[in-house]
Design a protein around this ligand. Structure first.
Ligand SMILES: NC(=O)c1ccc[n+]([C@@H]2O[C@H](COP(=O)([O-])OP(=O)(O)OC[C@H]3O[C@@H](n4cnc5c(N)ncnc54)[C@H](O)[C@@H]3O)[C@@H](O)[C@H]2O)c1
Ligand SMILES: O=C(O)[C@H](O)CO
Length: 325
């Protein structure tokens, strides 16, 4: 008998066909109130789940006694209680690598948009307020040659460093768990502690995961270290930042601007003070959101899931303990 896979993300026809050839599939089209009821109804017979953007904790997963695998269509795994999954020997897989370049592109889009005030000035043109040559009150700042600070030198951090170093001639500072000699050689990057990076970088970019260790890492104390004129970019996770402290740093002029793809609560509330600020560029958690990359992520998740259900070790297994226990 085919195993039961519950999707809470729509797949392309091709991937759906591939999955249906091997499994009985239930698709939950939207994770609204009705969708959540459908999910709870499907969990008791589910062998595997595939999707993204849902906090899957014990309160839901206790409803799924037969669950063998969860294929997350994301690289970030902060929505899952990994210890709980490992204890139950439920394999968790993610989708690294395929989204690295696209997410780094988003990071650079935010760097350029904030430094050069692209959104603000495009809105001015759209509003018909471009009546004469713009003057210094509308000038931005250079990106090329400025110091790029990367917090979390992993896959996406490296792709950002590559763009900064080779494309924009930027000196690169980085802070990570440990120094990476190969990265230093390739991008002429310098490892430093977090405070030094915050004090010296013109662009401070977060590319690290949300974990118990990183939650609230960038707080009021951290913003106080940043130099006036610096620009803060977050393409990691909103909860790595104390958003109240960020708003205060923007209001007080401690930092010059922020490019934000992720927020403490998503979707960002329309009455967030961040949306009242011209020096903030806010995007809707779109780091990996291109047609090509989202399809590659979904394909990667399907492959991981099919491997798990076939009793093979998935390539992108996050919790090795679920396999070897
Ligand atoms: N905005 C988006 O749409 C989007 C897209 C993809 C990924 N992301 C986020 O980006 C994160 C990074 O992705 P990746 O593929 O580069 O992951 P990765 O594991 O390759 O890199 C993360 C890096 O952060 C470092 N790190 C972890 N904890 C740290 C700490 N406390 N202090 C300093 N460094 C620390 C790690 O050593 C690693 O080098 C993901 O976990 C996800 O949350 C967001
Ligand atoms: O972690 C990821 O892959 C992105 O944030 C998309 O959810």
């Amino acid at each position: 008998m085919k195993k039961h896979v519950v999707l809470y993300k729509k797949l392309s026809a091709q991937l759906m066909e591939r999955l249906q050839a091997k499994a009985q599939v239930t698709l939950i089209e939207r994770l609204d109130a009705r969708g959540l009821v459908q999910l709870r109804d499907a969990l008791p017979s589910a062998h595997a789940l595939l999707g993204a953007g849902l906090k899957l904790d014990a309160s839901l997963l206790d409803l799924a006694p037969h669950l063998e695998a969860i294929a997350s269509v994301s690289v970030g795994v902060d929505n899952y209680d990994i210890d709980y999954l490992t204890e139950r020997r439920i394999m968790l897989t993610n989708t690294p690598d395929v989204l690295t370049e696209t997410t780094a592109d988003t990071g650079f889009a935010l760097i350029l948009a904030t430094a050069r005030r692209v959104v603000e000035l495009a809105n001015l043109v759209r509003a018909g307020a471009w009546q004469q040559s713009i003057g210094p009150q509308h000038f931005g700042n250079d990106v090329h040659g400025k110091t790029l600070g990367i917090v979390g030198m992993g896959r996406i951090g490296e792709a950002l460093a590559q763009r900064g170093h080779f494309g924009f001639g930027m000196p690169v500072l980085y802070h990570s768990h440990s120094p990476k000699p190969a990265v230093e050689q390739r991008f002429n990057a310098r490892y430093c502690d977090l405070d030094t990076l915050l004090q010296q970088a013109d662009f401070i970019c977060l590319t690290l995961p949300l974990t118990a260790e990183t939650e609230g890492l960038i707080d009021a104390r951290a913003f106080a270290q940043m130099r006036p004129g610096s620009i803060f970019i977050n393409i990691a996770r909103g909860k790595v930042v104390d958003e109240t402290a960020l708003i205060e740093a923007l209001r007080s002029g401690q930092i010059r601007g922020a490019g934000l793809d992720v927020f403490e609560h998503e979707p960002l509330n329309a009455d967030s003070p961040l949306l009242q600020m011209d020096n903030v560029v806010a995007t809707p958690h779109m780091g990996s959101a291109t047609h090509e990359t989202r399809e590659a992520m979904a394909r990667c998740a399907v492959e991981n899931l099919l491997a798990a259900l076939a009793g093979e070790r998935p390539v992108n297994l996050v919790n090795a303990g679920a396999w070897t226990l």
